[in-house]
Design a protein around this ligand. Structure first.
Ligand code: HEC
Length: 221
């Protein structure tokens, strides 16, 4: 809307100048010319004006940040553990695209993990969302923007702190984030990249899914 108005002014300005050029009274012409010259700030380069429109710039930046975040979530393997699966396909467990990144399904009850034998140490369910190992049992968190069961109420700083320090909810006094969440790898991301991941997670559809809390191995790892 704003841009259309600007284009109209820009198109109109030269006509005004031509009309003024034909004017008999020189003084009037000069005065009018001066006012035309004063107008160009908004009238002249339409492209430059649109680019400096703060709202348009912000929208473009948000789009870029979300696209970068989507890329990082994909190559960072977040779906492997945080997206439930529909079943086994030729390339392994297939993502349930209707529940992207919504964590271990609350309605998927899992039996006790099998006992480890020999050098076998870790078990995972077929959806790769529930894990059992020397630390106990852990369930991949809901990363969608759902306010009650996902990251909806998290701040970007909390998110960055959680991935940088390995503390649940990013809080200094809270529990450790359990394996196999490889937060220490993601801790190496730049601020801009962590912010992009958070922006992407904010942009996906919220899924209400209350993931169970981890159950620590009381005997210790
Ligand atoms: C190998 C499996 C695995 C991968 C890969 C993985 N996660 Fe996790 N993640 C988990 C598990 C399991 C939990 C739950 C841990 C717990 O409850 O302490 C978790 C928890 C989290 C939490 C919640 C932390 C908290 O404060 O409770 C966030 C945020 C998170 N993951 C983000 C990510 C992002 C972003 C990626 C990809 C860049 C990712 N995870 C990749 C398994 C994984």
């Amino acid at each position: 809307m704003k841009q259309r108005q600007l284009i109209r002014v820009a198109w109109f300005a030269p006509l005004l100048a031509v009309t003024i050029g034909d004017c008999d009274k020189k003084a009037d012409a000069e005065k009018a010319q001066a006012s035309v010259m004063a107008a160009p700030a908004s009238a002249v380069p339409v492209a430059a004006t649109a680019a400096s429109d703060p709202a348009a710039t912000r929208d473009a930046e948000d789009r870029d940040r979300i696209a970068r975040g989507k890329y990082l979530v994909t190559v960072g393997g977040c779906h492997d553990c945080h997206t439930p699966k529909t079943g086994m396909g030729p390339r392994g467990p297939e993502l349930d695209k209707s529940r992207l990144l919504s964590g271990h399904r609350a309605d998927e009850k899992v039996a006790r993990a099998p006992k480890s034998e020999g050098s076998w140490m870790v078990s995972a369910t077929s959806s790769l969302t529930a894990w059992s190992g020397p630390w106990g049992t852990s369930y991949a968190a809901n990363l969608t923007p759902d306010a009650d069961t996902g990251l909806g109420k998290w701040t970007v700083d909390q998110f960055k702190q959680a991935l940088r320090t390995g503390k649940h909810l990013g809080g200094p006094g809270s529990r450790e984030i359990f394996p196999p969440m490889p937060w220490f790898n993601y801790a190496e991301m730049t601020d801009a990249d962590l912010e992009a991941v958070f922006a992407y997670l904010r942009s996906i559809p919220p899924v209400s899914n209350a993931v169970p809390s981890p159950v620590p191995n009381v005997k210790g790892p």
